[in-house]
Write a protein that binds this ligand. Structure first.
Ligand code: F6R
Length: 588
């Protein structure tokens, strides 16, 4: 969380607008406040604002700053409220610093610095890093020595960028568990991801945990945690690394929803499962968070049914704190769009540390992410860069990989998967029907989503999509579980959104819907042509194309995404940047 960008001009040109453009690509990482600092005319200059980046751009029009080297930050607040004082860059007399991560020992460092007479102006943990650098400079160390001392002193997670008043031709950066990419091109640049620096560079080096780098106009020198110089391979900046903008769409989310047929098609093309992938595996452990966790829940239905492997799905943030039993020969499969989610990364590392017989595989959407690099085996969802904070195309691409894995011994189902892109394409044509439902439910306070079998996780996911962007309180339930408590929530107003296509579970689900209808007046059913025949005009119906019932989770996710999107647009909320959220969750 938090996005960082730094640019060093090779010709001393002003870098501020390039930094702002880079930060714009990183707003998905947080948008509580933003700021920029430069060294220009021998002075450190800084501008910061609360709120989204456009506030900073407006402020810069009134108070322009210029410099040939600079750093910028877009914040997701952890320590200290989203105020201007807490906005980065943190600046002292001679240093400006931006930070993404959490400094766990900031209290002790701060106490020590206060005792030495240094003052603080923010409530952030990050400011201690800047003040620490200042202390080391005051003691006579060079910027390079000071930076090395600072990263030795801090404990926690970080991506740091620092510039020094006395050293305007350099940027220092370091990484521990928060991503840093150094870019080579017309200018030297550094950012949280490739998109943020791609306008200025053609090649990228990704820092590993413990690395730090010194960036000069001539290039960059990389050091490992023992301060040995290390050679790092450069990767070309290709389209799949870059956020190509919203195109014809008004929001990233709707663009990404619409991209799903192509994301699924591309994901199907790759990700062949090696013949001996499950050899020696006696169970599967899925670790993930949020939407990716919901994908894992679907995986459990498929893996147990088709591979006959016991499968456990765990919320990654809970997993390693409860002394789990990790059985031998487990396939630990982590699912993550960003590949950076710290809870998921730590859960995977926990398995690695505690049972060497486990195989660690990851499904990620970001190559070169921390989890991609750490897993023994990686399946890459080919969804392309996902910017909307609410995950859509990455989710259905994750399900596509899970389906390929689960059906790897079932040629008939593998064949059925090939129909998915076209059927999903057809489901997008339902947008206008779904818009009408959105109009009807936009003012509700609560919403209930019901599903059974492999559509139960999709009920959970549908509810998450709605609540996270529209702020309508929504809960998903296994329809059969309603009678054990949640049915008390049904009244004439609350929308009850039911996933009820034809197939094995239809009769049971149909009965559950009758029970809901007997108690409420606002039942909405997502079904297919055969299923629709059983419903009369007393329910709202959305009729989806037909497909093999094993593939329902992928298909039925799409109309629920469209519903959440449209409700949010109608409510006038910020679809792509919902309050309090960020896309890449690098704090625990
Ligand atoms: C919700 C959403 C989140 C993420 C979760 C895990 O729409 O996107 O719930 O799924 O934060 O993120 P990743 O998949 O990057 O590990």
């Amino acid at each position: 969380m938090c996005g960082i960008v730094g640019i060093l001009s090779k010709n001393n040109d002003d870098v501020v607008s390039d930094i702002i453009n880079g930060l714009e690509k990183l707003e998905y990482r947080g948008y509580d406040s933003a700021g920029v600092a430069v060294v220009g005319d021998g002075e450190l200059k800084r501008v910061r604002t609360v709120g989204k980046l456009n506030n900073l751009a407006d402020k810069l029009k009134v108070n322009p700053v210029k410099g040939g080297v600079g750093i910028g930050h877009t914040r997701w607040a952890t320590h200290g409220k989203a105020t201007e004082e807490n906005a980065h860059p943190m600046v002292t007399k001679d240093v400006a610093l931006v930070h993404n991560g959490i400094i766990e020992n900031y209290k002790e460092l701060k106490a020590d610095l206060l005792q030495k007479g240094y003052g603080f102006t923010s409530q952030t943990d990050s400011e201690v890093a800047a003040v620490y650098l200042q202390m080391e400079l005051d003691s006579g160390l060079s910027p390079r020595e000071a930076f090395r001392e600072m990263i030795k002193a801090v404990r926690g997670t970080y991506a740091f960028l620092a510039i020094f008043k006395t050293c305007p031709d350099m940027i220092f950066c370091a990484r521990n568990k928060s991503p840093v990419a150094v870019g080579f091109g017309d200018n030297m640049c550094v950012g949280s991801d490739a998109s943020s620096i791609s306008a200025n560079c053609s090649e990228i080096v990704y820092l590993d945990d413990g690395d730090y780098a010194e960036i000069t106009k001539d290039g960059a020198t990389f050091f490992d945690s023992n301060l040995n110089v290390v050679e790092k391979s450069r990767v070309a900046v290709t389209d799949d690394l870059v956020n190509s903008g919203k195109g014809e769409y008004s929001h990233y989310m709707i663009k990404e929803i619409m991209e799903q047929p192509s994301a699924i098609r591309k994901t199907l093309l790759g990700n062949d499962v090696p013949r001996d992938f499950f050899k020696g595996i006696s169970r599967i452990l899925i670790l993930a968070c949020g939407t990716s966790y919901h994908a894992g829940l679907v995986g459990k239905y498929w893996f147990e049914k088709y591979l006959r492997l016991p499968t456990h799905v765990e919320i990654a943030s809970e997993y390693r704190y409860r002394s789990p039993v990790i059985e031998d020969n487990t396939l630990a499969l982590v699912i993550t769009q960003s590949g950076e989610t710290i809870d998921t990364l730590e859960a995977m590392e926990y398995v690695r540390r505690n049972n060497v017989t486990c195989k660690l595989a990851a499904i990620t959407n970001v190559l070169n992410s921390a989890i991609s690099r750490s897993a023994d085996f990686v399946f890459h969802t080919e969804a392309g860069v996902e910017i909307g904070v609410a995950s859509t195309k990455a989710f259905t691409a994750q399900l596509t990989v899970l389906a390929k894995l689960a059906f790897s011994k079932n040629p008939e189902l593998l064949n059925q998967l090939q129909n998915l892109p076209q059927v999903c394409e057809n489901s997008l044509l339902l947008k206008e029907d779904i818009d009408k439902i959105a109009f009807k439910i936009k003012d509700c306070v609560n919403a209930i989503y019901l599903g059974r079998d492999n559509l139960y996780p999709i009920a959970l996911e549908g509810a998450l999509k709605l609540k996270e962007i529209s702020y309508i309180h929504a809960e998903g339930f296994a329809a059969g579980e309603m009678k054990h408590g949640p049915i008390a929530l049904i009244d004439d107003v609350v929308p009850v959104i039911c996933l009820c296509p034809s197939g094995n579970m239809f009769d049971k689900m149909f009965s559950n819907i009758q029970v809901a209808q007997a108690r409420g007046k606002n039942v909405i059913v997502f079904t297919d042509t055969t299923g629709a025949e059983s419903f009369d005009g007393s329910v709202e119906k959305i009729v989806l194309p037909s497909i093999n019932e094993e593939l329902y989770p992928i298909l039925y996710s799409i109309p629920l995404q469209l519903l959440a999107y449209m409700v949010t647009v109608l409510k006038g909320e910020d679809v792509d940047k919902p309050r309090n959220l960020a896309k890449s969750v690098t704090v625990e």
